[in-house]
Design a protein. Structure first.
Lengths: 320, 437
């Protein structure tokens, strides 16, 4: 199986919202669509899924145009919602049915995901306690969507995306608005899905999360793909330029003499930007020569966050 | 894995889910229960208000009627009372004392009837009852009617009018206005029936259409405002979403009316066992309306159902389109406005068609889209248009529905994704053009 997106473009009148986006997923993995607000990430996803008409380009799944009728797609939209006044179980069974999952199978899967995502209490209300008259507790009514917190609603929406056991999973900002505990829970589930060999496309602003999961990325800015490729290769291209140095004394003069850029300093712990390994090694040699005690010397490639910011020029472009 | 992605695939799932949610909705349940209770109680209430209400075999609670005739027309109320089984237990007796002494000399549970004559008021029927033994209002009302009839007959007898002449005079007068053509063809035109039938049918269409618009706009906007459409559109085509909702609302609304009709029929059957419901049919007949005149054959019922369905579909698709242009629940009211205005326009023209006798107008109203769903079947039943015009009106309505469906299929997807102020028709046409290119 493979996913190929080629030359996807979209204009609204004279305004281009996506220009010639192309990327490939030849094997299962995680592909990240990154970009500032209004860069065209959600538009790309909507066009891939056929919700928006394409001006040009194509999306191929196994060499054929991607059709959500034949390809089992799970989608967690950025704009999330549920029917506010309908029982949650009815909604889950309905969405599963629309994806071709039988009612009996849907109920099994709902039970599994309810346990996994810790929302059983909302889907399976407690039965009344045994007893007579006043001693007998009243049966709880099934919960409606608007009685749930935002995080729990997000779990139900995640269940909807996963209920058809999809081959291609598209998650648009999956972790936004979650507390740290639920973020970890979602991350664990995403890891499990990756392990199952899914094709996963993720759009997010949380670079640390993307970095944790993704093998390949596209950075979109003002409708254009500015940077694309394998994340490790991209990082290697930038070289090891981030230096964290901790000493027992002030070394500002050494940093200045070496021509290294100092980013931050706190209690003799320095975040430095070097031009490469040679410059870092020269600085270290100088310190050793003068018997300055070095506690930490950590030379790394730039983080995805840094790559992103340097790619889009630190500019936040609001268009959507 | 079988999935629902054909243009209309998934309609069944959308239909069943939407219908179940309509039926489970508390507000809908309460409204249905209230309407059903009203339907069940409608027949006994109507019977009582139309002067009926007595049980089969029931007799008057008035034990004795004293009467005195001061008109000089030789009124004999006893004779007319003998012909009415309702008074079989009531004794009629010519009073041997004046009305002023009724309180002291009259028996309990009796009334005193005085037939009098004066220059200003002509003849008068006065009924006096004892305060502690006052009969029911309906008993008094029926006695007054009977005594008035008795006085009328006595006046005619005094004028030496024969029995046949009396029947002629008592039969009343009905008016009829005809064109020369109708007169030559011997057609009977009943304006009351014309107007009444058209009005009743238009009200039914209006109710069904307004229900449809309300339910569909709300269902569509709720889905859009809840930001669900993207999740849905992965699994089902936009047109299937709309069609599923329209069919669910149709089953719910027609089921709703069928339940109310069943409630009314049960009420009629049960009430007629205990009360005389003929007063309702008599009242309708007095206004020129009779079920016989409707010629309510299976073919007529089929014509009404087909026309109602065409009307329902027209307004439903319009409602779906207007609803999809909205982004929030606050827009529901304004989204319903266009469809509601069209419904009212159709209704008012239909009412006009009921009161205007011009054939050309009847044909226009039966063929004009939107208006025709209110007019065509009623005008056909009344004989104002032929089967050809009726069928042509159906073809035109079906063509309009088809065009609206094709337009919806093109624009519905773009409208579902649309966010912002409600788009104009021009913007919708641009969207349709974009989708087709």
């Amino acid at each position: 199986m493979s996913l190929i997106v080629s030359n996807l473009s979209k204009k609204y009148g004279t305004k281009t919202v996506l220009n010639n986006l192309s990327f490939e997923m030849p094997k299962p993995g995680v592909y990240a669509l990154l970009g500032t607000n209004g860069a065209g990430k959600t538009t790309s996803i909507r066009m891939m899924l056929g919700m928006l008409a394409k001006d040009s380009g194509e999306v191929l799944w196994n060499g054929k145009p991607l059709d959500t009728g034949t390809c089992n797609v799970g989608y967690l939209a950025e704009e999330r919602g549920l029917y506010p006044k309908y029982p949650l179980m009815d909604q889950l069974v309905y969405f599963a049915g629309l994806r071709g999952v039988s009612k009996a199978e849907a109920k099994k899967r709902i039970r599994y995901w309810a346990e996994r995502l810790q929302v059983e209490e909302y889907l399976y209300p407690a039965k009344p306690a045994a007893g007579k008259g006043r001693a007998r507790a009243k049966a709880q009514k099934p919960k409606l969507a608007d009685q749930l917190s935002k995080g729990n609603q997000q779990k139900i929406q995640f269940m909807i995306a996963l209920i058809s056991d999809p081959e291609l999973l598209i998650l648009d900002e999956p972790l936004s608005g979650l507390d740290p505990v639920n973020t970890d829970l979602f991350k664990a589930v995403i890891r499990e899905e990756i392990a199952k060999g899914r094709y996963l496309i993720m759009s997010s602003h949380q670079m640390a999360t993307v970095e944790e999961f993704c093998t390949d990325i596209t950075i979109l800015h003002r409708s254009e793909a500015l940077l694309q490729g394998n994340l490790n290769e991209i990082k290697k291209g930038y070289g090891r330029v981030n230096l964290r140095l901790k000493t027992e004394q002030d070394i500002s003069s050494y940093i200045q003499r070496a021509g290294v850029t100092q980013l931050t300093e706190k209690e003799y712990e320095y975040q430095l930007k070097v031009t490469g390994e040679d410059q870092a090694n020269q600085l270290l040699a100088q310190l050793m020569n003068d018997r300055v005690r070095v506690i930490t010397f950590d030379l790394r490639e730039p983080s995805l966050h840094e790559i992103f910011v340097s790619t889009v020029g630190g500019e936040v472009h609001e268009t959507e | 894995m079988k999935q629902n992605k054909g243009e209309l695939q998934g309609v069944g799932k959308v239909f069943s889910f939407t219908f179940v949610q309509f039926a489970k909705n508390k507000a809908n349940m309460i409204s249905l229960i209230i309407m059903l209770v009203m339907a069940i109680f409608s027949v006994p209430v109507m019977t009582l208000f139309s002067g009926g209400g007595m049980a089969a075999g029931e007799t008057s609670k008035i034990a004795k009627v004293y009467w005195q005739d001061e008109t000089g027309f030789s009124v004999d109320p006893e004779q007319i009372a003998r012909e009415d089984s309702y008074y079989k237990d009531t004794m009629f007796e010519k009073a041997s004392f004046p009305m002023e002494e009724f309180a002291s000399q009259g028996e309990d549970n009796a009334v005193y009837v005085l037939f009098s004559k004066n220059e200003t008021a002509g003849t008068t029927v006065s009924i006096q009852c004892l305060p502690e033994n006052e009969p029911s209002d309906s008993d008094l009302s029926m006695l007054e009617t009977l005594m008035t009839q008795s006085l009328e007959q006595a006046k005619l007898s005094a004028l030496q009018v024969s029995g046949e002449q009396k029947d002629t005079l008592m039969a009343g007068v009905s008016g009829q206005v005809q064109t020369m053509e109708e007169y030559r063809e011997g057609e009977e035109v009943n304006w009351g029936l014309q107007y009444g039938l058209q009005l009743v049918y238009s009200i039914v269409v209006m109710m069904v259409s307004i229900f449809a618009v309300t339910y569909i706009v709300r269902a569509v906007v709720e889905e859009k405002a809840s930001k669900l459409v993207e999740m849905l559109m992965v699994s089902v085509q936009p047109l299937a979403l709309l069609v599923g909702k329209i069919l669910a609302a149709m089953l719910y609304i027609f089921g709703y009316f069928a339940i109310l009709l069943a409630g009314f029929c049960i009420s009629w059957v049960v009430t007629s066992r205990f009360m005389d419901v003929s007063s309702i049919t008599d009242s309708m007949a007095a206004s020129g309306f009779s079920m016989d005149l409707l010629n309510l054959s299976p073919a007529t019922v089929a014509i009404i159902v087909v026309s109602l369905l065409l009307g329902y579909l027209t307004f439903s698709i319009l409602a779906g389109l207007s609803g999809t242009g909205c982004s929030t629940m606050e827009d529901v009211q304004s989204a319903s406005t266009l469809s509601t205005m069209l419904i009212f326009a159709g209704y008012f023209v239909a009412v006009l068609a009921g009161s205007i006798g011009e054939d050309a107008f009847h044909i226009f109203a039966s063929l004009c889209p939107v208006i025709s769903v209110f007019c065509a079947p009623a005008q056909y039943i009344l004989g104002n248009i032929g089967i050809g015009i009726l069928l042509l009106s159906w073809v035109i309505d079906a063509a309009v529905i088809l065009l609206l469906t094709l337009f919806s299929a093109r624009v519905y997807r773009a409208l579902l994704m649309y966010r912002g102020s409600r788009p104009t028709f021009r913007q919708m046409f641009v969207m349709a053009k974009d989708q087709s290119s």
